[in-house]
Structure formats: C-alpha cells, structure tokens
Design a protein around this ligand. Structure first.
Ligand SMILES: Nc1ncnc2c1ncn2[C@@H]1O[C@H](COP(=O)(O)OP(=O)(O)OP(=O)(O)O)[C@@H](O)[C@H]1O
Length: 541
C-alpha cells in the first residue's frame, strides 16, 4: 500500500486520470459480458441491443487505450523523477553514511531498484481495470445466485491463501537475490577497474572468475530460478483452481443448491471470461513483490523517492572574506565491522588563519585524509566543533562553510565539463592555467569543456589542480598532490604555485611526504595514529 501511495504521489493528476480511465474501461468490459449473457438468453435480439453492444465495445476500447498511454507516460516519468531525486538525496546525505553504504549499493539503487519500483506501475493500472471487471462480474454472479456465490467464494479463498503463502516465501528469496545482486555489481566494478591486474595474472583471473564472479552469479540464478518455479507452480495451481471451482459448480453444487440452467450458463460464461482477468491479477503479483523488495531496500538506505519539501533551496554563496577556521576537541571514529576494530582521530585542536601555508605530515593511515574531511565539513565531528571567525558551524551553516574550500583529494574525480564555474572568461582563464600546468599541448578547452581527460595520472592530477584554481576559493587543500609529479614539476608546485596562491591571500593545507620542501611552509602539523604529535615551524623540524 505504501508503494502504491508513492507511485501515485509522483504524478498525482496523471495517476488519478489513468486510474479513472482504467476503472471506466473495467466497467465497460464487465458490462459487455452481462450484455452477452442477457443476449444469449433472449429469443429475439433487438437492434438497440446491437447498438448498445457496439457503443460499449468502442467505449471500453478507447478508455483502455487512453489508460495505456497515460500508464507509459507515468512509468517513464516516475523512473526519470526517482533517479533524479535519488541522485539529489545521495548528494544531500552525509559523506560518511554514503561511504558506509558503498558505491555498489548506491549504484544498484539508482539503476536496478528504481526501475524495479517503476515497473510495478506497468501492471498496476491493468490491475485496476481487471479488479473492476472481476468485482462487477462477481456482483453479477452474486445477483444470479448468492448461495452458489458463497460456496464458490469459499473455495476461491482457500486457493488465494495458498497463493499468498508462496508469495511470502518468494519475497524472502527476492530479498536475498537483491543482496547478491549488489555483490555482483561490486565484482563487475572490480572486473572493469582491475582489467590490467586480471589480464596480467592468469591464476588471479581464473580464481576471480571461479571463486568470486561465478558463484555469486550462479547463486543469483538459482534464487531467481527457485522464484520462477514457485511462480509457475502458483500460476498453474491458480488455473486449475478455477477449473476445479467450475467442476464443483457443474457436478457437485447442483446436488445441494437449487438453481436453473440459465444461472449455470451465466456462472460458467462469466467465470470463463473472468479467468483471464484473475490470471493477469495474479501475474502482476511477482512484479509487485519485486518492486516492494526494491522499494524496501531504497528506504533502508535512508533515501527518499519523493521530496519532502521543495527542492529549490537557495544555493549558498562562496565565502569571500574570513580570518580563522578552528577545530576544537574534534574527533572521528571509524568502525571496521569485519575486523571488529576502530580507528579514532583526535581529539584535535587546530587553528588556521587566512593566508598561511600549512603542511600536514604523518605515516600512512595516521589520519591525514580523515582530518582533511573533517576540516572541510565533509565529515561531521563526533565530538567537538568547527568555528569560522569564532562562529560555530552548525547544520544550517555547514553547506555555506564548505564553500570555503577547493580540495584535490588523492582519489580525486575529474569532470570534463567545468561545471558550476560562473565566469564569462572561463575559457581564457582555463587556457592560461593549462599553459601554466604545461598541459596546453595535450588538452584544449572550449565552452567550459575539456577536450579530454584521458591522460597520465600525473597529468590528470594537474587537471584537478586546474579545476581547483578556477574554483578560486579562499582555502586550498592538496592531499599528496605531488606524489605522481616528476621532480621538476614537484619543485614548481612547492616553490612557485604555493607561494603564488599565498600571495593571493589563500590559505593552503598540503598533505605531504616531501620533506625536501618543508622549508616552504609556515607551519608543520604531524599526525601519528590519529593524534597531533607536533606543531612546529619548519626550521625546528
Ligand atoms: N572509509 C573508511 N572506513 C573505515 N576505516 C577507514 C576508512 N577510511 C580510512 N579508514 C582508516 O582510518 C585510518 C586513517 O585513514 P586516512 O586515510 O585518514 O589516513 P592517511 O594518513 O590519509 O593515510 P595515507 O597516507 O595512506 O593516505 C586508517 O587506519 C584507515 O584504515
């Protein structure tokens, strides 16, 4: 029911119209069978009845076509809307939560689950029509003989209960298959991302196929097969149930309930007609079950398909002037479920002032990147607070606070389109930076779009730097930016780029292992196992 309300809320007017036409079409269809039965039992068929029949056929046909067109529109629009809405929700959710969910689950939700939920729309409207037809036909049967109807209904109810039981079991199987589909997507991601490693090592490749990919794919296939068998069994059972009921009506019930031949033909004719509708109602159940599983999964991720309030909140402006950013008693803890261990960063007390260059050093895994995520407001501190110019950063101001930073993370992502950079001279500025970064012979820029990002890792890092330059934010953070640069460019970075940025009044935090250039900063902060062990001037190090 909750799924249905979501489906209807995505385009309420169209949905109501589509349902209305589906209902009307259902009434038209059901009226046809009563008209046929009456005509069969009339000696002389009047021309008025023939006209009535023709009009009813046209009416049922037109409403069915309209409802189908509306349905296709509704389906396409719903999937489109939900994919956009889920993307917004993902961008809105806290980074740490998203990291814990993992990209495989998010991708499955965006690509597979949304389509599954949307596909439930396809049988829903025909379902409405068929439910109406079945209800009208059953009312007709009740009107013909209520005693016969009650006897028939009891038999059908027993059949429906057994069907429901199997459907419930199927729901559990589909849930497990959904979890494994997520794992399969993760393996596909490894396959496409690890082509070099898999091609070079034949034993690893074989083991990857035999031990990872194949068992998961086979298990999903087994579960879906089990589900299909259960589905086919219930469908076949449902078909024979109706024949069984007809057999009871023809051979058994007449011994106990009195009714004439006209009622009997009415029952058989109507049941034969209703049979197709009942099958289609039952046929829709697996799709609805699949949609329900996908819907539950999206909800379990904490993502909403329908926006709760208007999406058009004003985007925060960039911060132009500031004096200090301060972290007071800030901590962050990772919990690693598989190893049942934790890593805690902090408590951290740090202050950055406008226009200084700070180097952040420390061994692998000491918490440097985590600290950068806390400073930029990407991670929410578990304890303690961030302050900008003495003002606490709270939930309402966090988005605004984040506009202070331009960051090149070690696992940066390049966008070919230089998005969100409102600058009438963007191409000219970008071209200047491309020359400065010695990329002008490799990459061109036109209408804010880079001609390519298919470059070496070091060159891609330079492109990431280009984006950061163009963002022109007051606070720059570089996470081991120079690690893939040649010695000459590393030198240019520390001895030219950083001082130039500082001269423009920027604050720069550089996560680095390049001790050769430690003299080129104002301060050095050292992290060890999540704790700040040293805050020094470079000369003293
Ligand atoms: N997403 C995560 N989930 C769980 N633990 C994590 C996660 N990211 C990092 N950690 C753990 O937190 C610790 C600090 O990681 P972090 O990436 O901040 O260190 P780092 O100093 O930047 O390391 P490196 O120099 O290798 O980049 C590490 O022990 C790491 O295992």
């Amino acid at each position: 029911m909750r799924l249905l309300s979501y489906l209807l809320r995505s385009s309420p007017y169209i949905a109501v119209l589509a349902m209305l036409t589906a209902f009307i079409s259902g009434i038209g269809n059901a009226s046809l069978i009563t008209l046929i039965h009456t005509a069969l039992n009339t000696d002389e068929i009047s021309s008025q009845s023939a006209w009535k029949f023709m009009v009813l056929v046209c009416f049922a046909l037109t409403t069915a076509i309209i409802s189908q067109i509306l349905l296709s529109y509704l389906y396409r629009k719903a999937v489109f809307d939900w994919q956009l809405q889920l993307s917004r929700e993902i961008l809105k959710a806290p980074l740490r939560e998203l990291e814990e969910i993992g990209s495989a689950d998010l991708l499955t939700a965006l690509v597979k689950d949304v389509t599954s939920v949307g596909s439930s729309l396809l049988p829903i409207l025909p379902l409405c029509t068929n439910v109406v037809i079945v209800l009208v036909c059953f009312s007709y049967l009740f009107w013909l003989s209520w005693q016969l109807f009650v006897a028939m209904a009891v038999c059908m109810l027993i059949g429906a209960l057994s069907y429901k039981l199997v459907l419930f079991k199927g729901h559990e199987i589909l849930k497990l298959a959904r979890e494994e589909s997520k794992q399969l997507i993760e393996y596909f991601r490894l396959l496409t991302g690890g082509l070099k490693e898999l091609k070079l090592h034949s034993h690893r490749r074989q083991a990857f196929l035999d031990k990872n990919l194949e068992p998961t794919a086979a298990s999903i296939q087994r579960r879906f097969f089990k589900w299909s068998v259960m589905h086919s069994l219930t469908q076949t059972w449902a078909k024979f149930l109706l024949f069984f009921v007809m057999g009871l009506i023809i051979f058994i019930f007449p011994k106990y309930i009195k009714f004439d031949a006209e009622i009997l033909t009415g029952y058989i004719l109507t049941l034969l007609y209703v049979r197709a509708m009942l099958f289609s109602i039952m046929g829709a159940m697996p799709t609805l079950t699949k949609a329900n599983v996908a819907f539950e999964k999206i909800e379990a991720l904490g993502l909403k398909l329908i926006p709760e309030t208007s999406q058009q909140s004003k985007l925060p402006d960039a911060i132009e002037s500031w004096q200090s950013v301060e972290l007071v008693n800030v901590t962050h803890t990772y919990y690693r479920e598989k190893e049942d261990s934790t890593f805690t960063l902090g408590p951290i007390d740090l202050k950055f002032t406008s226009g200084e260059i700070v180097f952040l050093v420390g061994g692998n895994g000491s918490g440097k990147t985590t600290l950068a995520k806390l400073i930029t407001g990407l991670y929410l501190p578990e304890t303690g607070n961030l302050y900008i110019d003495g003002k606490k950063v709270v939930d309402n101001s966090r988005e605004h606070y984040r506009q202070l930073f331009a960051v090149v993370f070690a696992d940066f992502q390049l966008f070919e389109d230089l998005l969100g950079l409102e600058n009438p001279h963007l191409d000219i500025h970008a071209q200047e930076y491309l020359t400065k970064l010695q990329l002008n012979h490799k990459v061109q820029i036109q209408d804010g779009k880079l001609s390519t990002t298919a470059l070496s890792r070091g060159q891609r890092q330079r492109l990431a730097l280009l984006t950061a330059y163009l963002e022109d934010r007051p606070f720059y953070i570089f996470d081991e930016w120079a690690s893939n640069q040649d010695p000459m460019f590393t030198k240019i970075f520390y001895t030219q780029f950083l001082p130039e940025l500082k001269a423009r009044g920027k604050t720069i935090l550089v996560i680095t292992h390049d001790d050769k250039y430690f003299d080129w900063c104002d301060r050095i902060i050292k992290l060890d196992h999540g704790q700040i062990t040293t805050k020094l001037k470079p000369v003293a190090l």
